[in-house]
Design a protein around this ligand. Sequence first.
Ligand SMILES: [Zn+2]
Length: 207
Amino acid sequence: MTTITEAVDDYSLKKITLEQLTAVIKESHPSAWVTLAERDPQHPEGDNNSRNRFIYNPYHHPKGQFFQNVIKKAIMKAIDFAHGAMLKKYDKDVFVYGDPRLKKLDEFVKQYTQENFKDTPYKIDFMNKITDIALGLAKEDIYYRARMFDMMNRFAFMYPIYKLTELELENVNRIRMTSYYCEKCKMQHDGYPTKMMHIDDKFMYTC
Ligand SMILES: [Zn+2]
């Protein structure tokens, strides 16, 4: 049986058609909805600017679905494995920090994650595990720790401000919102919107 990885490779080499690729994806993801075959025309090949949306639609395009359903899941599995192994098979205190620099960094990132990833619980778990792995590695290995702090100092010195684009700011603030005006229901709702549109330089929200 062809795996999705092989099928996507074959498709990009034009060995199989979109219909054949669709059939392979549908085999393992029966609910997949594969209709759009186009790369986002905003970002043609060679354009490596930060994307405001994925170049391949994550729901409609086979590569987008591959990114969502296969690549992201593989990353999470690898993170889960490394995190569990460090904790259970190496040192039960591997993610406990006596070093005030690591302690502060851990507290800061965890609190930030709690507040800014709260729309999806699995993202909080994912971010916390990545933080643990990076900081646990820094605690354990002076080589990585020294270079991590040195790099952070140099970076903060050279690039004191990260300016977010308007859409990036909106993306962050969307989750921090406690209520919003819904364009669909024409009333204020509690919580955060599920849909956002950027029309005529205005942001519109719906439930
Ligand atoms: Zn509504």
